[in-house]
Design a protein around this ligand. Sequence first.
Ligand code: ADP
Ligand code: MG
Length: 694
Amino acid sequence: MAEESSDHNSIQNLKGVGPKSAASLNNLGIFTIPDAAFHLPFRYEDRSFITSISEANYQTPVLIEGEIMKSTVVFRGRRMLFSEIYDGTGRLTMRMFNFAMAQHKALEEGKMIRCFGTITPGPNGKQMIHPQYQVFEKEDSIEVEKNLTPIYPTTSGLQQNKLKKIIESSLEFCDKNNLLKEESENRQYSEYGNLLETLKFLHKPPVETNMSELIEGKHPAQQSLIKEELIAHMLCAGILKNELEGRKGPLMKDNSSYQATFLSSLPFNLTNAQKRVWEEIREDLIADVPMRRLLQGDVGSGKTLIGALAALHAKSNNWQTALLCPTEILAEQHFSSFKGWFENIGIKVCLLTGSTKSKERKLIIEDLEKGNIDILIGTHAIFQLGIKFHKLGLTIIDEQHRFGVHQRFSMLEKGGVNNQSPHQLIMTATPIPRTLAMTVYGSLETSIIDELPPGRNPVQTSSRPDSYRDRVIKRVEEVCLTGKRAYWVCTLIEDSDELEAQSAEELYKEISDSLPKLKVGLVHGRLKKDKKDSVIEKFRNGEIQLLVCTTVIEVGVDVPEATLMIIENPERLGLSQLHQLRGRVGRKANTDSHCLLLHKEPLSNLAEERIKTMESTNDGFEIAEKDLELRGAGDIYGLRQSGLMDLKIANPIRDSDLLIAAQNEALELGKNEKEFAKTLVERWIGNRVDYSDS
Ligand code: ADP
Ligand code: MG
């Protein structure tokens, strides 16, 4: 990570945050102390009153308190801990599967216990499985919460309570250091006070606050934040545009000496969408302002080729091109495509990644500076090495679907010659819904490849409940025995490599035991790169017919012969992620592919809606739009993590009713309160550049 760790505001400088928690916080998109203040709860619990056991209903979570009558550990297939609780009105059994012996000891007969959880019907009447609890002495008492209890989205290695404490101290820190307090001269922030006060309110709303309003993101306190965030993004887009004004782009005349040769060497013709998009880009390149263009196209739509045409155009005019990728695998893939296309027409392509040996690296850097290299392909991280180009005319960034966009454009401002800014093209496989593009990217030009190469049949998607599991396994066997290849994807709720690896291994065992006739392989995030590569290679050449895997295959695995995908527990994944995963099949021309969503029952309404969407469409834009629509307040965090966008709180689909007001205010502020406008951009977007280390 290239974070400003020396920065006073860095999250590592907060009391109680060590390197380990800092890493987990970074995973949540929290790098600075104010970032933590913006990490809002995704739901709340009401622990402000105690319910008697006899009156407690099933389904809604309740707080109960009583005496521990008995605690026993029993074996019924697995080890379980039962504690019986009595509160004078009724009995309740607390049941746990994962526990330490110390916990058993602490749950001592005669002590008092307070539990928060959902009551379900159990073998001995009411029970709570793995509730949150506190044990205390009979003569003591503990107070109930005065506010709604916030529940935050978190990640492995960071417990809810720890995160809560960190957020509390970040709010104090901001208070002491007068952060997040400036207000516009002309407008009151909200009825809760300035931004910081409004954030504090949302971290700890009083119990009488309307909870469903909060969940839907419609509470006035949220609305003021959302509006300000939208304004900040609109301002940022404007600032980016102003900065570019007056800058010259690298001069590239319409000189396409190599293009015809290259295109005629390809075994296919460009699709109409590719032709149209290339025309849009070519026009940008021959104009004398620097290009800032976002190229969107679904996985497999042929973006790389468009990047190649742009690089070729730059070379024809004696400019160098840099192609940056989020991962080494992708950089290697592009390198091998570009080499195949270009080497025999005398264009020099080089690869520079974290794995490049230092001797070779030195040579490449020298050659680059001398202008002996035409196209440099590498990971984002190479740009931090302070390498110099002889004449950099074009930067292409292949985002896949991982990074924000504003930062990408601004981080690359350097690198031009004589006050010229290189042309920039960002390629992304995440279709960004139009409303979002307008809000967040404002003036950014976009090109869309909305057509797949001919012969690609849309993946046929269907769903089955888990009770069909045995039948599905049989079916997979039949399909694989006809020579086809299949993925079996295992998903996990928690964001933990280790647990995920564990359940992938269990699944692998189950499947390979029940299908002795098939060669089954396994890949997950915990495998060494060599091992992973070799399994994937075997899957590619058919030695392995069924690949059990985790979502690690989401990016960069390209095996066209794989035409079937089973996704287990698809209800755990967001729509965009499901769509990305499904993109691994359906890559072979004139071949039908299938995706089967094998889900648990019962499904929540939300999960059901997601699965229906997957069954009904393959259109990435429609899916992205639906994805936003289905996300509640606080769930925006998932989008932030996936890099789909840089928004902290706003959801441009849900909050579309605020767009016009925000636009008007942005114009007003941009004109009349320039300083405050800058503050807003700094506050919501910042100048952090968040490279992935790859
Ligand atoms: P993505 O948009 O996901 O980056 P790629 O550029 O990797 O897609 O293209 C996917 C595959 O389609 C590649 O094997 C590429 O060579 C092939 N391809 C690209 N354009 C065409 C086309 N017009 N006709 C047929 N195949 C194409
Ligand atoms: Mg690609």
